[in-house]
Design a protein around this ligand. Structure first.
Ligand SMILES: Cc1cc2nc3c(=O)[nH]c(=O)nc-3n(C[C@H](O)[C@H](O)[C@H](O)COP(=O)(O)OP(=O)(O)OC[C@H]3O[C@@H](n4cnc5c(N)ncnc54)[C@H](O)[C@@H]3O)c2cc1C
Length: 386
């Protein structure tokens, strides 16, 4: 038990869950921590290499069954996300987008042929997937999407643009959501299809150890069997987002934990006015408040994970978790930065990197405002946004 496990949550995890967590923690310690500050500063990350290593230990699509996926519990998947994001939110994003968005969409809504074609290769990290829902003019309101798919004989013709798509520049396959005459439908689009281009989005001040891109779809001709047969309407992409948001409920706490561990160590070793910073009451108040929020968030994540494993997790409950845990993680990262003083703004320490990353995590997979509206709708029975 570490000092931050104030509530002694460890025994609430099964031996298998603890083992998966420890394996991922070790991988992050060995393969991510020594390099991640440089990747972040350079805005470059060896994503393909890392995907293969993550695939080797079964992290990609780990909560899915069959097709080479590990079939782990939701709690184990959450714990893995927490460890990955303790390394960097960008690496958790790589795993979330691969497993919870791209692979889940194909696994849940694809044909047997689509599953056989993509999932085994994606599970071992040989094929990278991305998920294109957001457009330049439509983010929080995907129902207004303008990317269109129209029939041409048996084929489909896809035209439009997707924006802010994680992994797009390195992806082999994109799950693209488009409007058709019958409503929203999903398509598994090989990225080497003529008419598909992906451009990397540069100058990001956040999630710099993650590749983000824009996808142009210029009258892309696809065979009929590129359509995901069981994805009918906007509820299909929204169900994929629920999967990925669940991972963020846990992941964001990993970033917060890493900040708090850093601040705790720093406050214990740095002396001002003749005593360690940790010896001042004001510092202890900060540390105590942050540790309380961290364990509250972990309890919430564990509760949602157990609901998921019992098949009872509802989307608005995931909104409760994403809203609270990302908001609190960001508050913790900012507060930890104050404890490190000037060193808090230095890339020598992970705190500012985590804080900057969490700004993206606050926005993607539904902004905090959107999750407030989801919870508000549940409370009042009134939709304020749709
Ligand atoms: C690094 C990064 C990676 C991403 N990866 C992906 C990806 O892989 N795939 C993908 O499809 N998308 C991805 N996104 C896009 C992300 O999901 C969108 O940015 C997000 O949905 C918000 O959309 P927007 O940026 O267009 O903001 P807008 O929708 O324009 O919102 C701007 C502000 O207005 C607020 N707002 C909007 N509507 C309302 C309302 N009704 N009431 C109150 N406030 C409102 C929002 O909360 C926000 O604060 C990524 C984004 C980032 C930053």
């Amino acid at each position: 038990m570490t000092a931050l496990d104030l509530l002694d949550l460890d025994p609430s995890l099964s031996a298998e869950e603890r083992q998966i967590r420890d394996v991922v923690r070790q991988l992050v310690d060995d393969r991510v921590r020594p390099h991640v500050a440089a990747w972040y500063e350079e805005g470059r990350v060896p994503a393909r290499e890392l995907a293969r290593e993550f695939g080797k230990i079964g992290l990609l699509g780990m909560h899915l069954t069959g097709y080479g996926c590990a079939g782990a519990s939701a709690v184990a998947y959450g714990l893995a996300c927490q460890e990955l994001e303790a390394g960097d939110s960008g690496l958790r994003s790589l795993v979330s987008v691969q497993g919870s968005l791209a692979m889940y969409a194909i696994w849940r809504y694809g044909s047997e042929e689509q599953k056989q074609r993509w999932l085994p290769a994606m599970a071992i990290g040989e094929a990278i997937g991305c998920f294109g829902l957001t457009e330049p003019d439509h983010g929080s309101d995907p129902a207004s999407m303008t990317t269109r798919a129209r029939r041409d004989g048996d084929d489909w013709i896809l035209a439009g643009a997707k924006m802010w798509i994680t992994n797009a520049p390195i992806a082999d396959v994109a799950v693209i959501w488009a409007r058709t005459d019958e409503g929203v439908r999903g398509f598994a689009v090989p990225m080497d299809t003529p008419g598909v281009t992906a451009r990397e989005i540069g100058r990001k001040m956040s999630l710099r150890a993650s590749v983000t891109g824009e996808i142009a779809l210029d009258d892309v001709r696809l065979p009929a069997d590129a359509q995901l047969p069981d994805a009918i309407g906007l509820k299909a992409p929204l169900s994929c987002l629920t999967e990925a948001r669940y991972g963020i409920v846990w992941g964001s706490l990993g970033a917060a934990r890493d900040c708090l561990e850093t601040a705790l160590a720093y406050a214990t070793s740095r002396t001002q006015f003749g005593r360690p910073l940790a010896g001042f009451q004001l510092t202890q108040a900060k540390l105590a408040d942050m540790a309380v929020e961290l364990v509250k968030g972990q309890l919430l994540a564990l509760h949602l994970g157990r609901l998921a494993d019992a098949g009872r997790l509802r989307p608005e409950q995931v909104s409760v978790g994403k809203l609270n845990n990302v908001r609190e993680a960001l508050a913790i990262a900012r507060q930890c930065r104050t404890i490190l003083g000037a060193n808090g703004v230095s890339g020598e320490y992970p705190v500012m990197r985590h804080a900057n990353n969490l700004e993206s995590v606050l926005t993607y997979e539904g902004t905090s405002e959107i999750h407030q509206l989801v919870v508000g709708q549940r409370l009042t029975g009134l939709s304020a946004f749709a």
